[in-house]
Design a protein around this ligand. Structure first.
Ligand code: FE2
Ligand code: FE2
Ligand code: FE2
Length: 182
């Protein structure tokens, strides 16, 4: 694998791994504050970030070795409203800057698997940003997120609430495979 794509995959792996853990912490905080459905959303998206981290790790299968991984990430346990804003900012950074830049390098270097997993991640992060935005509006109005059950594609991390999908709109996996959180 070209070194620049390998570096980007390692960085993305680091970022996704941290997001996976951060959302678990923020889920517990939401639970404590009485926002049960926001907690559920954070747990579902935490799983989606695990899917992304696992994909990037797989793409790096021939790149064994020890590396320092620098991954931009927010830290801290604020109120659920603040945590949701942190989540929206992180997702939007990935959608607008990080993954498009990494994808451009992977395209230039013709790294097929890296390209596929980065495309999966961008599309999934868009769903996360939208869900977190809707949840924040509810929390800021003093309400819980209205969606009780959240579904995640185990292949690409696409995440959705009340819509009906026979298959994942991003990667095509059949609905029976979706992982549901409630
Ligand atoms: Fe992700
Ligand atoms: Fe995400
Ligand atoms: Fe998918």
């Amino acid at each position: 694998m070209n070194e620049m794509t390998a570096q980007n995959l390692r960085s993305a792996y680091g970022g996704e791994s941290q997001a996976h853990m951060r959302y678990k912490s923020w889920a517990n905080k939401a639970e404590q504050e009485g926002f049960k459905n926001v907690a559920n959303l954070f747990r579902a998206v935490s799983y989606a970030e695990e899917v992304h981290a696992t994909n990037h790790f797989r793409a790096l299968k021939d790149e064994a070795g020890d590396f320092q991984v620098t991954a931009g990430a927010g830290f801290g346990l604020g109120s659920t409203s603040e945590n949701l804003q942190g989540a929206i900012d992180g997702e939007n950074f990935e959608i607008e800057q990080m993954y498009p830049a990494y994808l451009a390098v992977a395209e230039l270097q013709e790294e097929k698997q890296a390209k596929l997993f980065m495309k999966y991640a961008i599309e999934a992060e868009k769903t996360h940003s939208e869900l977190f935005t809707t949840a924040k509006e509810a929390v800021d109005a003093g309400n819980d997120f209205e969606v009780e059950e959240v579904h995640v594609c185990p292949v690409c991390g696409y995440t959705f609430g009340n819509e009906e999908h026979e298959a994942c709109p991003v990667c095509g996996v059949k609905r029976e495979k979706f992982i549901s959180f409630k």
